[in-house]
Design a binder for this molecule. Structure first.
Ligand code: ARG
Length: 563
């Protein structure tokens, strides 16, 4: 930003204040090709005002402008191109990074406002799917990006721990289940019962009635039903916890759907009071024609609540508890229509945070082109994927760096990092056809590539020994360092952009570019050579290490010092 201001100031003066600095700032561009300068100003926007050809305006500006703060300024067709003074620029950028360290790029745009993030939200008695992995890692990264932009994120795991499926599960368990098996391997066995139920109830539809009965009992607080439900929930949470630990991801609250059971009557009463309810074929609905949406089904004809009933209660609870600046839902794009309905109902109810409800959708995970579903049994067990990735990382370390201290820990950080980064580098809306081999490749556009670049920077710094960078002259002006420095300067803008778009891939792609340009620098430069620029080069290396580590942290990926 400082440089843009420098350019805008000089331009405004050269234009005899016909345009103010504020007018000029948003017009300044960053040319893709550095031959066109570091910053550029298009003059065709002034053609009408000055009644002159843009080329002429550009030439006149260059004639008049004070070039003393720049390397040089050039006219190129309808553009004024600014080439920044490399030495001063590098001093500014490196000083900023080294002074602020991991706080570099932090801004206070969010003014401390609460943001509730509905994320992960797996269903009890089912494995966490790759879709839930996406929600978990995207949600976690969005939370860290929000924090970096001055918000206070509240990560809420909205567990799917209520609904008619629990009637089915209880039925299935009582028919085929046994306690020993569930204790040994809870999720796998519970799923087995559930899948079996769906196979058999095709031939024995009367099983559905039994299941419905069990759910009704559960809703009415029946002792046996409640005990089984609690048990299923507990063993499921234990299994989920192992995966969250592996990912290093925590939550602020675990208020699942069941938490809202005692708040549903209030929702229905309030909808009733506001005159929003109507009957349709025995069911209770909210008409949403005004929004060009299908009606929201609030109560079934037997009075049972639905997913959306519990979500309305959840949104109201969040509104009253946190007064959130934003209420976010990191949920797959297959629920996009659903979240439109939810938002519409909350708008109709006049819930204050409804207008700041955002669904953050993401694409499907398919396996070899096929959608995953628990019912069909076509599931990838996330835990297996993570374990396999860690195993491959372990093998790589054994080959490349057998003497590495704390190998186990590093293998975990690299193996898990590969999966997390592999997800986040894609724009989140894209579908991912999951191919283990691809995600686990440790070269190219991967997490381990970025981790390795940073470990390399750390290794150079270890060799160099302790340096107090505050007294170091940080003026670098060679072409390779220039690319690195421009990227370092770009980090704060990327942090904002990632926040505006709820898009971790902005940070992931940025970290790949920075790692790449640093690797190029490393290949072309004798960093540790004993000359007068040595410490300036090390200041660059240290800055890269800081910003790469911070980028990875924003993604939820660890940065081992050695690997
Ligand atoms: N448990 C749901 C599922 O697995 C996701 C819940 C998303 N959050 C919400 N508030 N509806 O599909």
């Amino acid at each position: 930003m400082e440089n843009k201001e420098l350019v805008a100031n000089a331009l405004s003066k050269a234009l005899d204040n016909e345009l103010s600095v504020e007018d000029i700032l948003p017009k300044i561009e960053r040319p893709k090709d550095s031959k066109m300068g570091d910053l550029a100003f298009p003059t065709f926007i002034l053609a009408k005002k000055f009644r002159k050809a843009p080329q002429q305006i550009a030439a006149d500006v260059v004639e008049k402008i004070d070039q003393s703060s720049f390397d040089h300024v050039e006219a190129a067709g309808p553009y004024v191109n600014f080439f920044l003074d490399k030495s001063n620029f590098s001093e500014d950028v490196l000083s900023a990074v080294l002074d602020q360290k991991e706080n570099y790029g932090q801004n206070e745009d969010g003014k401390g406002g609460n943001v509730t993030i509905d994320m992960s939200s797996p269903n009890i008695a089912k494995p966490i799917s790759m879709g839930h992995l996406r929600s978990t890692v995207i949600g976690n990264s969005v939370a860290e990006i929000l924090r970096k932009n001055g918000y206070n994120p509240i990560k809420d795991n909205h567990l799917g721990d209520w609904g008619t499926q629990f009637g089915k599960l209880i039925t299935a368990y009582l028919m085929w289940g046994n306690e020993e098996d569930v204790k040994k391997d809870p999720i796998n066995n519970l799923v087995k019962y559930y899948v079996k139920f769906h196979k058999i109830d095709k031939e024995q539809p009367e099983l559905d009635d039994v299941a419905r009965d069990w759910f009704r009992k559960l809703e009415n607080g029946d002792e046996q039903a409640t005990k089984l439900w609690k048990w299923f929930r507990e063993v499921s949470l234990e299994a989920f916890g192992e995966i969250y630990d592996k990912l290093g991801i925590t939550f602020d609250t675990y208020n699942g759907e069941a938490f809202y059971n005692d708040k549903l009557q209030d929702v229905v009463d309030s909808l009733q009071e506001k005159g929003l309810l109507s009957k349709s074929q025995g069911a209770t609905i909210v008409d949403l024609q005004k929004y060009d949406l299908n009606p929201a089904l609030i109560l079934k004809s037997d009075g049972a609540s639905l997913y959306i009933t519990r979500d309305i209660a959840t949104a109201i609870y969040r509104d009253q508890t946190y007064h959130p600046a934003m209420n976010l839902y990191v949920v797959g794009s297959e629920q996009t229509y659903y979240f439109k309905q939810l938002k519409a109902v909350l708008m109709e109810m006049g819930v204050p945070s409804a207008k700041n409800l955002h669904h953050i959708p993401f694409g499907l995970i398919t396996v070899n082109g096929k959608k995953l579903s628990t019912r069909s049994g076509r599931i990838i067990l996330l835990d297996e994927v993570l374990n396999e990735s860690i195993a491959i990382a372990k093998k790589q370390i054994a080959e490349k760096n057998p003497d590495l201290p704390n190998k186990e820990e590093v293998a975990k950080e690299v193996g898990v990092g590969a999966i997390v980064f592999g997800d986040l580098k894609n724009e989140k809306i894209n579908n991912i056809d999951f191919n283990l081999e691809d995600q686990l490749r440790f070269e190219g556009e991967t997490g381990p590539y970025v981790q390795y670049a940073r470990a390399r920077a750390e290794s150079i710094l270890r060799k160099a020994g302790d340096i107090d960078f505050s007294n170091v002259d940080k003026k670098l002006n060679d072409a390779e360092s220039w690319n690195v420095i421009k990227l370092l300067n770009d980090f704060p803008a990327r942090v904002k952009m990632a926040c505006d778009e709820f898009e971790p891939s902005v940070i992931a792609k940025y970290s790949l570019r920075l790692a790449k340009s640093f690797n190029k620098y490393y290949a072309h430069t004798k960093i540790l050579d004993d000359d007068e620029q040595r410490d300036a080069r090390l200041a660059l290396v240290k800055s890269v290490s800081i910003v790469l580590k911070e980028s990875l942290r924003l993604l939820g990926v660890k940065a081992p010092d050695e690997m």
